[in-house]
Design a protein around this ligand. Sequence first.
Ligand SMILES: O=C(CO)COP(=O)(O)O
Length: 126
Amino acid sequence: MKKTVALIAHDRKKEEMLTFVLKNKKVLSSCHIIATATTGKIIKENAELDVTTYLSGPLGGDQQIGAQIACEKVDAVIFLRDPLTAQPHEPDITALLRICDVHNIPVATNTATANLVLCCFTSDKE
Ligand SMILES: O=C(CO)COP(=O)(O)O
């Protein structure tokens, strides 16, 4: 069964996200990818992967993805947060991370952890 992976990146992390996606295109092409609007658009246009997009983070996209997690429809979240810039929708970001913990969903907030998460996907023969 296809894994669903949520990809989200703040503006100053979008380039890093795209590099990560391109490096891991093979494994990600076997997943159902969901993303917030701008992150998803960049991935679609530059990595030519199918992406289901939600609203932009500040407009409620983090909450929409959180709802998918609450419904047990997401297997992993890769959320490259900008730790150096305050975000207007900080409560939504906190809520997204919280709901991952509530449902025990792996959430990577940097590419080092994201690589480990995707490694598990490739070794999982399910
Ligand atoms: O703000 C975000 C996550 O909190 C990301 O939203 P975008 O992908 O639309 O930039």
